[in-house]
Design a protein around this ligand. Structure first.
Ligand SMILES: [Zn+2]
Ligand SMILES: [Zn+2]
Length: 336
């Protein structure tokens, strides 16, 4: 192969991998996700609380914030750590560990860890993304007592983990949706071959309320998440909490001294020069409205303030701020 054709191929490579990934993601959706059923004996919970441990905004001073996600999901019978934050500066203790300390949460309280998808802001940093693994801090933390559920392609050298390839029961009343695949336009990152991102969400069935969806980055696309959860449970969607990737007017994660708005141009499922539009956010909002959820809470780690305001306007009192240290509680006995 001549130098010229190598140069041409390397320029074309991101496009080839993007369109190939799109094709694969579509096939996975049609041939796998659309055929999935609810796993047996999921059960229900009476109480659910979601405590953000890492996100963009905090409820009070003294809590660390990052363009990343980690939520403590507690039910009457289990405590699940959903994602592990970003730890961009490779600190120990990481922002996640420091917030856990401030909020009185220890790993001895956690029985299960679920990773939504293999992006740096959910698995504890860029190095982990390169190695397709995860860590809550830059020095080892003992996770030998937790059950660990990962998306396809991830593992950990020290712990027994399970790769989730279809909907499975995580704990009583809690399932993983299984991974929905999406295409990502990738430059210079050869570690996720062909630019496919598998992402799983949690769904909790709360007695007398309906199901509550907890999402990491939302690369799956809101309509697909809703469709899959509806297909699995055939129950009212009571709430949705987490990241949905609507960086329309700006991006929390930047590179090149703030000049490159990472989330606005990458991870959108579109080509980088075609960011998500306001119109697309509004049409996603009306798709969500058709399910009539009682609680909606959008993570600011991958959505801009314009999108958050649009959600606030659309859902009024049903909208809850998503802030580190501020628990969202749902109980089968509460009136609303
Ligand atoms: Zn992501
Ligand atoms: Zn994210």
């Amino acid at each position: 192969m001549s130098l010229k054709s190598i140069a041409k191929l390397s320029l074309a490579w991101p496009f080839i991998s993007f369109y190939w990934a799109r094709q694969k993601a579509e096939q996975h959706w049609v041939n796998k996700c659309k055929k999935w059923n609810l796993p047996p004996d999921v059960g229900q919970v009476a109480r659910l609380s979601i405590l953000p441990l890492i996100d963009w905004y905090a409820a009070r001073d003294g809590l660390a914030t990052e363009p990343g996600v980690s939520y403590l999901v507690k039910t009457d019978s289990s405590t699940i750590l959903f994602d592990l934050g970003y730890n961009k500066l490779k600190e120990h203790p990481s922002p996640l560990l420091r917030n856990m300390g401030s909020l009185g949460v220890g790993f001895e309280d956690i029985d299960t860890i679920v990773i939504s998808h293999p992006h740096a802001d959910h698995i504890g940093g860029d190095i982990n993304q390169l190695k397709r693994t995860f860590s809550p801090s830059s020095r080892p933390v003992d996770l030998s007592r937790q059950a660990i559920f990962l998306p396809p392609g991830m593992s950990h050298p020290d712990y027994n983990t399970m790769q989730v390839v279809r909907p499975i029961k995580i704990a009583k009343g809690v399932i993983s949706t299984g991974p929905i695949y999406s295409a990502q336009f990738i430059l210079g990152n050869t570690l996720f071959p062909m630019g496919i991102t598998p992402e799983q969400a949690l769904v909790v069935d709360v007695k007398s309320k309906g199901v509550v969806i907890i999402v990491g980055c939302g690369h799956q696309g809101l309509p697909r998440i809703l469709e899959l959860v509806d297909q699995l449970f055939k129950k009212p969607i009571y709430g949705i909490i987490g990241g949905l990737h609507f960086p329309v007017t700006g991006s929390r994660m930047t590179a090149l001294d703030g000049k490159l708005q990472v989330q606005r141009h990458f991870g959108t499922g579109k080509l980088p020069w075609r960011p998500i539009t306001k119109q697309e956010v509004l049409s996603n909002i009306s798709a969500l409205k058709s399910y009539n959820p009682s609680i909606v809470s959008l993570s600011a780690h991958d959505s801009c303030d314009w999108s958050i305001d649009a959600f606030k306007d659309a859902f009024g009192p049903g909208y809850r701020d998503l802030k580190v240290g501020q628990e969202i509680k749902i109980s089968s006995r509460s009136k609303k």
